[in-house]
Design a protein around this ligand. Structure first.
Ligand code: ZN
Length: 438
């Protein structure tokens, strides 16, 4: 057995050799064979990296493993979480006293370790097992996993999916699902970021209960001519020009708008549950461009003006050139909350480098001089941090300080493989602006 350093050095020279090899004279069939061998080598390397991932542990100053992994490998946080989960399911484990245990998915793990599967094969097997009804016992589930892992070694992922669908029907011929099965599948998620036109696509998997309730609301608010959000103001009896999809969308808008700022919703991080929107004087005057909410959503100026007027919302206006705050509008005054609104407007979210937590879910954090040691609560010393990053400063040796630019710098303790710095995630326009600099 050699050391990992020797092995990595040998791998690097092998990759150098591969890159420099003469590949011009290869015949078609040889080329396919080479690509297949390269693919297998790549898959085996991913499997080996999984063995390392399962051994990663948090140490003082180290943020949660998927967060560090994402930054170190420069992959998305979702991809990093997937890798950690794959590693847990596909790699042999050990008990607390160090006895070896097989992977959670033993047959899939064995084929994965041998480099015989693609990530897509693994996804098919994982979602098959995730969607199995609870009445299918562990013995049957294990047998199904073995069978799918065997087929995966000879089929493409799309072919494997067909087999998985048939197997699921075979295991649950009457299509019986329990309440628990349905609860596990329920969800609403936005599919990716806002599109360039400002629109967003979401995916709702509703329980029968939610659908039944929505049906009842839609019957009234989404009926032709019903609701008030975008309804036509034409003559009585004129047909509603909106399609069903548009009417149902408008009914949802009306439903949510009616609840925003409702005192019954209580407070979230010290503020009423309502929209907080930032814009610059220049954009407001031009009536063009986008405002930004504390949830990170871009809102075209026309939408902002329409939404801000009737409801219980906050609008903070900044000078786009100096960054000075100019005006804080609110439909109801809450002096204690004003400072927090300005912080949300200024920072838009957690200021820790690369952190994606938005303003609504961030807390006030004292940078520069820590308040415990006599720091002031002057607004310039205040910034925003999510719960997790706040804890890193309190317990794990991270420090923060305010720069003269008004941004917050995060400095990791030694031994953490992160470089710290400021966060541009909530201000992507800054990265683009930097490109114009000489
Ligand atoms: Zn954070």
């Amino acid at each position: 057995m050699c050391s990992i350093d020797e092995a990595l050095a040998a791998l690097e020279s092998a990759v150098e050799l591969l890159g420099a090899a003469d590949i011009d004279g290869l015949a078609g069939p040889q080329r396919f064979a080479v690509i297949e061998l390269l693919e297998n080598a790549l898959r085996r390397q991913v499997a080996i990296s999984h063995a390392h991932i399962t051994r990663l542990e948090r140490y003082p100053g180290c943020p949660p493993v998927p967060i560090v992994l994402a930054d170190v490998l420069r992959i998305s946080r979702a991809a990093a979480r997937r890798r950690v989960r794959d590693a847990e399911q596909l790699t042999p484990r050990a008990t607390l006293i160090g006895e070896p245990l097989p992977p959670l998915l033993p047959a899939t793990g064995a084929a994965w370790g041998a480099g015989k599967l693609d990530g897509e094969h693994v996804r098919v097997i994982q979602s098959f097992l995730h969607d199995l009804p609870t009445h299918v016992g562990p013995v049957e589930a294990e047998k199904a996993e073995r069978s799918l892992a065997r087929h995966a070694q000879n089929l493409r992922p799309d072919q494997l999916e067909k087999v998985a669908q048939r197997l699921a029907m075979h295991l649950n011929p009457d299509g019986k699902y329990s309440e628990e099965d349905r609860a596990r599948k329920r969800g609403f998620l936005w599919c990716g970021a806002q599109r360039p036109d400002g629109m967003s696509v979401g995916r709702l998997v509703a329980t029968p209960e939610l659908r039944a309730m929505i049906d009842a609301v839609f019957a009234k608010l989404a009926a032709p001519g019903g609701g008030d959000s975008q309804a036509p103001s034409g003559e009585a009896g004129q047909a509603d020009p909106r399609g069903l999809g548009q009417r149902q969308h408008d009914a949802l808008t009306e439903l949510v708008r009616a609840r925003l700022g409702d005192p019954k919703l209580g407070r979230h991080n010290g503020l009423p549950v309502t929209m907080i929107v930032t814009t610059t004087l220049q954009e407001l005057q031009a009536g063009a461009g986008d405002a930004v909410t504390a949830g990170g959503t871009l809102m075209p100026m026309a939408d902002l003006i329409r939404a801000a007027v009737p409801s219980y919302n906050y609008l903070a206006v900044f000078d786009g050139i100096t960054g000075q705050s100019l005006w804080l509008g609110r439909s109801k005054r809450l002096a204690s909350a004003d400072q927090r609104v300005m912080l949300l407007a200024k920072y838009r979210g957690c200021t820790a480098p690369g952190c994606t937590v938005n303003g609504y879910n961030s807390q006030v954090h004292h940078a520069a001089r820590d308040w415990k040691y006599g720091g002031s609560t002057d607004i310039d010393d205040l910034t925003l941090a999510c719960k997790c990053d706040n804890r890193l400063v309190e317990n794990s040796g991270w420090t923060t300080r305010q720069l003269s630019t008004g941004r917050t710098e995060w400095i990791p303790p030694p031994g953490v493989p992160l470089i710290g710095g400021t966060n541009s995630y909530h201000h992507p326009e800054r990265l683009l602006a930097d490109e114009d600099d000489p």
